[in-house]
Design a protein around this ligand. Structure first.
Ligand code: ADP
Ligand code: MG
Length: 714
């Protein structure tokens, strides 16, 4: 019989229509009931008491058991907020925002009042805020101003298993201050309590680290998930998702990819391919009548993110295409199928170029298991791995390396120094960072004049600390401010603080068009200086229409406007102090701009050696190329010395956001790069290299490289 089936394909609905939102509100009440059957609820009384009675507590439980959204509410109900704010840290800003929204809804408060959030450059709290979700970076900055965290009654370090650099440092700091304070207070009263929440079972280690504190495990039931390996890696995620859609019974799909552009591309492809499905014949489960495709990544507008959590209309299968954020930070109900690409985007210190680089690397086995587990929350599920069993064995580590052991520690070391932790080598780390990373950080801080030869924070170091920016960029900004020309550096710093100003469309024709527009823009701003291009984008008139026409992310630009205002406020506050440096400068404006940049970017200088090849001047002497997206690309012959904002490493090393400079401007700064031996700064003796440790590290690195090479081949 020819049953007529509707052919529904949703890409994304940016605004729910009336009909939708009505249905949404019905679902709303259902969701509140849902909160009442989360595994954590039964343990409300026990958990509340444990938090009250202990300085440190470790809480663990399956992802989705209700730790992040429920525990703070229990503590609020128990009245702990009367003694100070209940603060919850998240490693990811999106998680902090989304969860705060959710919790304010559940508690029937307006967001920003009793329940609020604070992330870098976005503060949605008020005097009334007593439940505060925030990034771990924000809490670290608060500790700088108030080491005892006197405003808080409870601090919850959430997602400790993610082992983000800031959470790790917070753990060490809180251990240091509270375990000492605890010995001091005789009356047994506890002022500040710390709860560490983690999804995995590394809890013994955490408990031991925190003076053998109690551990509470929320028992949870999960359903079996069967995993199937693929036969190679390749861009097959879309095909597999479609195969699942047509051949598996109803249930939502979650696809793990690496980043925004991959996700947008995959969604476009999915949409296109789904168009040709004939729901009368092609689909095994005849209750499935359409596909709702939703992207999920960090810098997405929050109104779009909200849809991710809503149940799809009946008969429609939801397919969420996400970054790692959906692995533990956010739980989406109804997922039955996982498509796992096996890769993640990660910030790693690259020893080849001596810089932190955003790299696409294979996930660890434990991460893969966590991803698969997302399919088994409410019923048995299936996980489709793109990669082969061989890839699993040969390219994937057992556990993810904590960020503290793979990222640059410059900002963190400066924070510690400002907090009076002078000996950063012997700080209580949960996992000790490699000594070379600590030494490198000290060296860089010395190069920026943020610390002196004895390793003490300088006046400039304290100024640098005031800005939530990279120390080099802050130094450039402070130089500009000293010359009285902060008006050019403030917008630039803001523009460099937002991701993805330029839209890179997936479609090749559109890509060409966007490239052309962007080249025009560069030419209009004087050409041959990517920093100046960013500045001129910031200064455009009638922004919103202009953005659309020129392939600029309007939302990103808008947030740059807001960031600029905030940076300006910080600067104004500092300039009112007596000892703020003032200098004079004679020269033209373009030179002034670039010379200020040199003050911060002299660590990122390259000189052309032959043809299109440059060589970095930081002692690594890496051979580098100008990235094709730069306005200096193909103009290399005219260049000699350049500075750059960052690098991209594939089989080649590319410089991104580049501008030409004169040797004269950096000649006095460059020697600083080779002036000291970092050991001098650390006040420690050069130690024997531990061969065993080194061998372990090298084999880890080899595995990662193998994975990256495979990815590049695809
Ligand atoms: P955990 O922290 O233990 O991983 P959560 O507290 O994040 O668990 O999640 C508990 C439940 O709340 C999950 O079922 C999740 O789907 C739901 N939830 C969390 N955030 C939202 C949101 N923004 N919208 C709808 N549901 C949400
Ligand atoms: Mg959580």
């Amino acid at each position: 019989s020819l049953r007529k089936k509707p052919f529904i394909h949703f890409r994304i609905m940016s605004k729910p229509n009336k009909h939708e939102s009505k249905r949404g509100s019905k679902r709303e009440s259902k969701r509140c009931v849902e909160a009442q059957c989360l595994p954590i609820l039964q343990h409300k009384a026990t958990l509340t008491k444990l938090v009250k009675d202990n300085v440190f507590l470790v809480v663990t439980g399956e992802t989705g058991s209700g730790k992040t959204t429920q525990l703070p509410q229990y503590l609020y109900e128990a009245g702990l907020w009367k003694g100070g704010i209940i603060g919850i840290t998240q490693p990811r800003r999106v998680a902090a925002i989304t969860v705060a929204q959710r919790v304010s809804q559940e508690m029937h408060f307006t967001l920003g009042k009793e329940v609020g959030y604070q992330v870098r450059f976005d503060d949605c709290t008020s005097q009334a805020t007593v439940v505060k979700y925030m990034t771990d970076g924000c809490l670290l900055r608060e500790i700088l101003a108030d080491p005892g965290l006197s405003q808080y009654s409870v601090v919850i370090l959430d997602e400790a298993h993610e082992r983000s650099l800031n959470t790790d440092i917070l753990l060490g700091l809180l251990k240091k201050t509270l375990l000492q304070a605890d010995k001091g207070s005789k009356d047994g009263s506890v002022r500040l309590r710390v709860v560490v929440m983690s999804a995995t079972l590394e809890t013994d280690k955490l408990s031991t680290f925190l003076g053998h504190c109690p551990v509470f495990t929320i028992p949870g039931r999960t359903f079996p998930v069967t995993s199937r390996f693929g036969n190679a890696i390749g861009p097959k995620e879309v095909d597999i998702a479609l195969e699942v859609h047509v051949s598996e019974v109803a249930g939502d799909i979650l696809v793990f990819l690496t980043g925004q552009s991959e996700i947008e591309k995959a969604c476009d492809m999915l949409y296109e391919k789904a168009e040709s499905i004939d729901y009368r014949y092609d689909v095994q489960d005849q209750t499935v009548e359409g596909l709702l495709i939703l992207p999920l990544y960090g810098s997405m507008p929050t109104d779009q993110q909200r849809q991710i959590f809503q149940a799809p209309p009946s008969g429609i299968r939801k397919c969420v295409v996400a970054t790692n954020i959906a692995a533990t930070s956010l739980t989406i109900n109804g997922i039955k199928y996982i498509v796992d690409s096996g890769f993640v985007k990660q910030l790693n210190h690259n020893s080849r170029v001596g810089m932190d680089i955003l790299e696409v690397v294979p996930i660890s086995k434990s991460e893969a298991q966590q991803r698969a587990g997302r399919a088994g929350r409410t019923s048995a599920g299936k996980c489709f791995r793109i990669y082969s069993n061989e890839f699993w064995e040969k390219c994937m580590l057992d556990y993810t390396v904590p960020e503290i052991q793979r990222a640059s520690l410059t900002s963190v070391v400066l924070t510690l120094k400002c907090l009076g932790v002078h000996d950063v080598i012997r700080f209580p780390y949960l996992d000790h960072p490699e000594e070379r990373l600590l030494l490198e950080a000290l060296k860089q801080l010395y190069q920026f004049d943020a610390i002196d030869r004895r390793g003490q924070v300088t006046q400039l170091g304290r100024l640098i600390m005031e800005f939530p920016l990279h120390p080099g960029l802050t130094r450039a900004l402070l130089k500009a401010a000293a010359y009285g020309c902060e008006d050019i550096l403030l917008p630039l710093a803001a523009m460099l603080s937002v991701e993805n100003i330029f839209i890179r469309p997936g479609h090749p024709e559109k890509q060409k068009e966007a490239d052309k527009k962007q080249r025009n823009m560069a030419a209009q701003s004087g050409g041959m200086n990517d920093f100046a291009t960013l500045l001129s984008v910031f200064q455009c008139d009638s922004p919103s229409a202009w953005c659309k026409e020129n392939w600029i992310h309007w939302r990103a630009l808008k947030s740059a406007f807001s960031i600029e205002t905030q940076l300006r406020e910080i600067l104004l506050r500092l300039q009112q102090k007596k000892d703020f440096p003032v200098e004079t400068f004679a020269g033209n404006k373009s030179e002034l701009f670039r010379r200020c940049l040199c003050t911060g970017y002299f660590t990122n200088v390259a000189r052309r050696s032959i043809g299109k090849i440059f060589s970095t001047m930081d002692g690594h002497g890496t051979a580098v190329h100008v990235h094709p997206s730069s306005s200096l690309f193909d103009q290399e012959a005219e260049l000699d010395w350049v500075i750059f904002h960052d690098m991209m490493v594939t089989s080649r090393v590319y410089l991104r956001t580049v501008c030409p400079i004169r040797y004269d401007w950096v000649k006095d700064l460059l020697p600083k790069l080779h002036e000291v031996d970092a050991y001098e700064l650390s006040n420690i003796a050069r130690e024997e290299v531990n061969e065993e440790e080194l061998a372990k590290l090298e084999s880890k690195e080899a595995k990662r490289q193998k994975g990256i090479l495979k990815l590049e081949k695809r």
